[in-house]
Ligand binder design. Sequence first.
Ligand code: XMP
Length: 507
Amino acid sequence: MQKVLIIDFGSQTVQLIAKTVRQHHIYCEIMPHYASFNKIKEYSPSAIIFSGGNNSCYEASSPTIDKAVFDLGVPILGICYGFQLMSHLLGGTVTPSQKGEFGKTEVVLVGKSQLFEGVDDKFDVTMSHFDSVTTLPTEFTLTSSTANCKYASAECLSKKLFGIQFHPEVTSQFGQIILGNFLYKIAGLAGDWSLGEFVKSTVEQIKQRVGNKRVLCAFSGGVDSAVSAMLVHQAVGDNLFCIYVDHGFMRQNETEEVLQIFKQEKGLNLIAVDAKEHFMSKLKGVTEPERKRKIIGEEFIRVFEKEAKKLGNISFLVQGTIYPDVIESGSGSGEVIKTHHNVGGLPSVMDFEGLIEPVRCLFKDEVRSVGLELNIPMQIINRQPFPGPGLAVRIIGELTQEKVDIVRQADHIFRQEMQESKVENVWQYFAVLPDVLSTGVMGDKRTYAHTVALRAVCSVDAMTAEWAHIPYDVLERTSQKITNNIRGVNRVVYDITSKPPATIEWE
Ligand code: XMP
């Protein structure tokens, strides 16, 4: 398979570069800039792209790369910092500019370049830089300029090295064409990678690896674990055992729906464990959010292990890891805001011959497309993100069955109302029980009852989020339905905080 390697120099848009390459039907992976030269060579890429980055390449502590990469004979495209670093390492100069360039900027082509075939002589690009290349390495020729940046792009044809100061990966006039020219015309790639092919080859690889052995999967019914399980199921059939743990904090009808689809319709060997009472007893008296999350994570492992032991003789474990998890876990460590509980990635304590992560190289939208190829129903494919500990982290303070029931019903009413009103472009919406009682009046009687908070956010990757400006009439109807139908609730509020400073979930 032809593969493109993207070297990440700390770019905000590195995943966008990867997605654009894949949209051209070419498989690619991202490696951090500190990957060794041997690792890069072993990967055997057909082309390499250097990403942008926010450092100055002439400073000693800035990300760099072994110069031997330029002698691999593989075409390289340097974007922004990538272009500057390429120039710097090959004998050119990079200096801070008098004026930076940010946002939409006009580029004028100089001479002819294969990289710009099919592109107008003048066009708008997205720039974001203070530093610029000010002298080119020998053998490089100028191919475009802007008013403030003489070397907006340059190339060394004999070595197939190309550099552009602007960002073709962000939505722009000719960005797709320029990257396409690099991939198809310069690197000569065929563009024959497709998700259909991916399904076929992945199933085949799993078959070869597993043979007649038995495989276990922690199955949450979310799109990542569902697609992973269905791929493994195609390869090993009844030798796959999926365990679905109902900890009692699932959404309305969720367990029934998951069992109906995957057990009845898709024929998965799906074992549903009703552990509601077990979880509730372990959480009695617990109010601290991180302790709640840890207990749920740990108890999940215990229940899972117990079931696995009953089955016995399991050689492989399936995990629904996706590519952003792989990239993120490879790049430094940030402050722990919340201990995320994922059903994948848990049983490190168990003894398996190996892990199977069928979608570890795919982005979320690609996982969804594979889900469509596998005929997984839309309600699963388009499911909103749902935290592993479920509704438990949407109830502040101690959990009781009454509170779980209230938040589940409120969540159901809100989700139904949003769907019926066709509110679009909202990343996630749900109800929270802040454990606040307040005075109300219902049927001429004083009440002292629960407040439900509604939360709806717009986001791209959940790292940041804006509170969603959903229509007042939708909020009004939701509020009325909640107070009319759920006993013990006399007040509904809407959360108008973005992330940061808040997080999406309340705990
Ligand atoms: P926060 O609350 O950290 O949430 O802003 C970001 C996104 O992650 C989801 N989330 C989780 N997902 N296990 C998960 O698999 C968890 O423990 C967990 N906690 C939060 C949250 O719903 C949002 O989409």
